[in-house]
Design a protein around this ligand. Structure first.
Ligand SMILES: C[S@@+](CC[C@H](N)C(=O)[O-])C[C@H]1O[C@@H](n2cnc3c(N)ncnc32)[C@H](O)[C@@H]1O
Length: 277
């Protein structure tokens, strides 16, 4: 079953929402490229005993993470891939334009389907913010994992994230108050038969104006056992899940992810997964 997404609703002119930049709001709400690259850089070093240089960012969106990668070290290179010309143009005009020229020349942006990309080999491939779930059958996702494996150098590592818990597979709307706006993660529909979900991101501003359905995702919620099996089947030699530690004071996640053999049946959790070629 494929859900029909409702088109975004344009905000009334003159409101804060009408002046907002949805891509910047997205970055502020859901991304932390510094922490993400810290985790990937360190984990690659632990797994491979050396430093990664070439990073391929699949489903790169605004290429925020690729930009952080080329800022990190003077020999780091990034290959950033997305299918959507609009978000890539935004990436070029904003994030890439802000880099120094010596950094800019080490980032290579491709407008293409990640399935079709076959140029060069990367030390690290990232598929973050659950984007691979856009492939809604095991056959399609398995093909993507195999092609990502082919795109890695001999000692390359694929990193993905995953989420789950009993709050993830039902209709649910979660709001997070940020300084300039409130971010809403809206699980609008879930079909337990297929695992297909329709999710939206909305933003609400101080003048009560909304950017409704700024982003929509129709994807399949894969379980961790499925992902681990598919990565094994795609030929990766070792698959590791990194579970988040708990802050003792708040009882919330502490942002520290360590290799784990078992998880907790928390209402909602996020993990990283490494898959070594
Ligand atoms: C959830 S966003 C992820 C952005 C970013 N990776 C992050 O971590 O926040 C998903 C992105 O995947 C892109 N996309 C969807 N299908 C794709 C495909 N087959 N090949 C390449 N990019 C794709 C969309 O255009 C969108 O920018």
């Amino acid at each position: 079953m494929t859900f029909r997404t409702r088109p975004p609703k344009p905000p009334p002119p003159g409101t804060l929402a009408s002046r907002a930049d949805k891509h910047r709001c997205y970055e502020i709400s859901v991304q932390d490229p510094v922490a993400e690259i810290d985790m990937i850089d360190m984990t690659y070093r632990v797994l491979r005993g050396k430093t990664a240089t070439v990073l391929r960012e699949d489903f790169c969106g605004t290429a925020n993470t690729s930009c952080e990668w080329v800022r990190r070290r003077t020999d780091n290179r990034a290959v950033s891939i997305d299918i959507d010309p609009e978000v890539l143009e935004w990436a070029r005009r904003n994030n890439v334009a802000r880099l120094r020229s010596s950094q800019r020349e080490r980032i290579d942006i491709w407008k293409t389907d990640v399935m079709d990309f076959r140029h060069g080999k990367a030390d690290v491939i990232l598929a973050m913010n659950f984007s691979y779930q856009l492939f809604k059958t095991r056959a399609e996702l398995g093909t993507y994992f195999s092609r990502a494996r082919e795109g890695l150098a001999d000692d390359g590592v694929l990193f993905i994230d995953a989420y789950g818990g009993y709050e993830s597979c039902r209709r649910n709307r979660e709001k997070t108050r940020l300084e300039q706006f409130t971010y809403y993660w809206d699980q609008a529909k879930f079909d337990p038969m297929s695992g297909h979900m329709l999710c939206y991101i909305h933003f609400r501003f101080r003048d009560k104006s909304w950017l409704k359905r700024a982003f929509s995702y129709c994807w399949r919620l894969y379980t961790l056992p499925e992902l681990r099996e598919m990565l094994d089947e795609a030929g990766f030699s070792r698959v590791t899940v990194y579970w988040e530690g708990t802050d003792e004071e708040t009882g919330e996640g502490n942002g520290i992810f360590t290799p784990a053999g078992h998880g907790q049946d928390d209402p909602a959790w996020i993990v990283y997964i490494s898959a070594e070629k």
